[in-house]
Ligand binder design. Structure first.
Ligand code: FNR
Length: 192
C-alpha cells in the first residue's frame, strides 16, 4: 500500500510538519510504502484561473501525479481561525482543477477521487486543531475522498516533541498509529 503523508504548513519548526515526519516514520516501520511530502518543495502560486489558462504550473502537475499514485493519504493540518490554513485550500484547489488542454489529466478529481484520507492536526492550544478537521472533512468529501472515521488532534503540541522533533508523547503515538492502521487497512479494502 502506498501512503502519502503531508502537512499543511511550511513553517520551519511547524508542529504539523513534525507530526507528519513522525507519522511517516511510524508508518514506514509498520508496512506501507510511505511518501513524506513537503508542500514547501512545490512552487504553487495562489490559485488564479487566468494564470491557469496560460498552463497548469509544472509543480501542480507534479503534485497531481504524486497524489494520483497514492491510494492512502494522511494530512496533518494546522488550525487557523478555527479552520484549515490557506495553504491547504490552495493546494487542494489546484490539484482538483482540470488541467487545461491536457488530454491525460483532463479530469480534475482524478488525483483525489477514491483516496482514503486520515486527518491529523496539531496545535499549541487545548483543542489540538480539531476544528480545522471539521472544516477539512467536507472539502475532502467534495474531492470524492473517503474519510477514515478515526482522527487525532494533538493538543499542547509544544510539549509533545523532543528537541530533535521526535514525537515523544506515548498516548499521541498510539492514536497516530491507530489512524495509520485504519487508513492503510481501508485503502487496501477499497482497492480489492
Ligand atoms: C493560529 N493558531 C490557532 N491555533 C488554534 O488552536 N486555533 C486557532 O483557531 C488558531 N488560529 C490561528 C490563526 C492564525 C492566523 C495563526 C497564524 C495561528 C495558532 C496555530 O495553531 C499555531 O501557529 C501553530 O503552530 C500553526 O501550525 P504549525 O505551523 O506549527 O504546524
Amino acid at each position: 500500500m502506498k501512503l502519502l503523508v503531508f502537512a499543511g504548513s511550511t513553517r520551519l519548526k511547524s508542529f504539523n510538519r513534525q507530526l507528519a515526519r513522525a507519522t511517516a516514520a511510524m508508518a514506514s516501520a509498520s508496512g506501507p510504502e510511505v511518501t513524506h511530502l513537503e508542500l514547501g518543495d512545490f512552487d504553487i502560486p495562489m490559485y488564479n484561473a487566468d494564470l491557469e489558462a496560460r498552463g497548469t504550473p509544472a509543480d501542480v502537475l507534479r503534485l497531481k501525479e504524486i497524489m494520483h499514485a497514492h491510494p492512502a493519504w494522511i494530512i496533518c493540518t494546522p488550525e487557523y481561525n478555527a479552520s484549515y490554513p490557506a495553504l491547504v485550500k490552495n493546494t487542494l484547489d489546484w490539484v482538483s482543477s482540470p488541467v487545461q488542454g491536457h488530454a491525460t489529466w483532463n479530469d480534475g478529481f482524478r488525483s483525489t477521487r477514491g483516496k482514503v484520507v486520515g486527518m491529523l492536526s496539531a496545535s499549541p492550544g487545548a483543542l489540538g486543531g480539531l476544528r480545522s478537521q471539521s472544516h477539512l472533512a467536507p472539502l475532502l468529501l467534495n474531492l470524492q475522498c473517503w474519510l477514515a472515521p478515526l482522527n487525532f488532534a494533538l493538543a499542547h503540541a509544544a510539549d509533545a516533541f523532543d528537541a530533535d522533533g521526535a514525537l515523544v508523547n506515548e498516548p499521541a503515538r498510539r492514536h497516530v498509529q491507530a489512524v495509520i492502521d485504519q487508513v492503510v487497512w481501508a485503502a487496501g479494502r477499497l482497492q480489492t
